[in-house]
Write a protein that binds this ligand. Sequence first.
Ligand code: GCV
Length: 664
Amino acid sequence: MPSTVPVLPEGVDPAWLPPDAFRALGSRRTLIHGSGPLVETVHDEVTLACAQFGGQVVRDATSASYDLVLRVAGDDGAEVGEEGFLYERAAGTTTVTAAGHRGLLYGLFHVVRLGEDAFRGTRPREAHRPATALRMLDHWDNVAVHPVMGQVERGYAGGSLFWQDGRARGDTERVRAYGRLLAACGVNAVSVNNVNVHDVEAHLLTDRIGEVAQIAEALRPYGIRTHLSVTFAAPVVLGRLPTADPLDGAVRAWWAKAARGVFEAIPDFGGFVVKADSEGRPGPFAYGRTHADGANMLAAALAPYDGTVHWRAFVYDHRQDWRDRSTDRARAAYDHFAPLDGEFDANAVLQVKHGPMDFQVREPVSPVFGALRRTRVAVEVQATQEYTGQQRHACWLGPMWSEVLRFRPGGEQGLTVGELATGGSVAVSNAGDDPFWTGHPLAQANLYTFGRLAWRPDADPLRILDEWIALTFPSAPERLAAGLRAVLRNSWRTYEKYTAPLGVGFMVQPGHHYGPAVDGYEYSPWGTYHFADRDGIGVDRSAATGTGYASQYGEPWSALYESAVSCPDELLLFFHHVPYGHVLKSGKTVAQHIYDTHFEGVEEVEEARRVWAGLADLVAPARHARVAERYDEQVRGAREWRDQVNSYFLRKSGIPDERGRTIY
Ligand code: GCV
């Protein structure tokens, strides 16, 4: 039997699973006990590690003592569920006990993460289980290269891992390697195509499902279920029906048949992802039906097979009149979906972007999480850095995601978003066929961090960063670890400093969204305005005088956001239009804050570039060079942002910089 463990194609970076990360495991005596497909994967992993580092692996024996016992024990581990495991160390043996084969795989990677620590001292029994059953990456990959969006929409890491030359890749070794990386950080689901489902990709649901099955087969040994984005218009475009009305009997029968075909090809298929009535995609509105009608129709088709529909809440008017101040894009998800609470079937999950707009560097947490108490919701973040530097800038998003997941929509005593998102955690993937997987090698930290936060949303992101560093650079001296921490831990806040200020968002070049254009979207139909004039800036979203968005929150948030006095500085311009002389809690005026943060942001990037340059002797040359080249671009880009934003506000407001620095 060939080993499950993929052989990485020449030149592809092992990311957080370099052979050395398995040294502690591979130099021990391990007993594996139990059966199930993923037990075979665990066995192959340990066998490979032992072959490399001189250890030994034994199957299903009873006597003798072992350094490590990995066992599937049915009832014994039942308390931690299908994917959890129990971990303990006593009398010189480390034991991982899982109720099922999936849990054993996660237990194995837990041991890998601990390294030598897994084999030291004693540890009382610990229970590990994921916070949610669905931890998914959505790939915005097109099968056919799209004339505007390319192969991967908002992709900054080369081509697709799944699709090449208009078909599923024949060689799936790399896909399996991807599955392995994902399993090692806790991800268990992948949606393999863009939510904007174009003509070619629509066929994946029916006559091209065999290609999806090929991908599913490659991901399966690492516990990853495959999902598919489908177009709501499928009965029309594929089935040649005259309508896609979700209440029409023929349409429902068409979907039932399509779902049956999918599960025949992929028995463990996860479900559909749907973007409907959003940015031009078809949806139930065309038939006078609600989004619950649409989602429930697909839920009904999937229900016989335990499949789930992930219905996206990213529904808004992208043909807005900028002259009309009463329309507010931020309100849209709540306005559309809060009235439907309780109307979605049990296997319909509403997938909600973490903020009300679109993955900006700073947004409030979406009020939808607090509003839908009788609907299963999933939280969606964006690992692909569409608005946060496009993997040319280092921007580790762990702290931002952690803030979102720990946010309590109902106030201090209430549940966190991580707890409320019972339908799962989803990230738009930042991976592609680039040799470093993520374009910017340091962006691997975002992918890893997402998986670990999905597993445990209350985890400390800085500890996750340390974990990533230790795995990726297993024999790194402390100087390298300290350098990596220094350049990444605050990189999100640094990015925020030199780009759009105080939560106002956008200010990016239209279309591709890279680089500054303060008024880029100001008079456009997309609904993403900052309303800067000579006197002030920001969007009045208060209930008293503005769009009323602030009142979509429960207390204490609605009162906090309602007033410019209590609103947190970092969100001030999201919620309020204020004069440039408005004094922030920091004691600075808005104008001075803008100038200062933009100068600081550039200095911080320059410093990060210096730190990285000083690590050249500790990092493999190709990786070092790739990051160094990205830092050159980040410094250039940050200076451009600084100078455009500062010049814009100096010219608008006429308020000079207190420190007399150069502003153009
Ligand atoms: C896949 C933003 C992006 C689009 C993306 C959309 C979405 O608008 O710019 O590329 O489309 O979000 O999340 O559906």
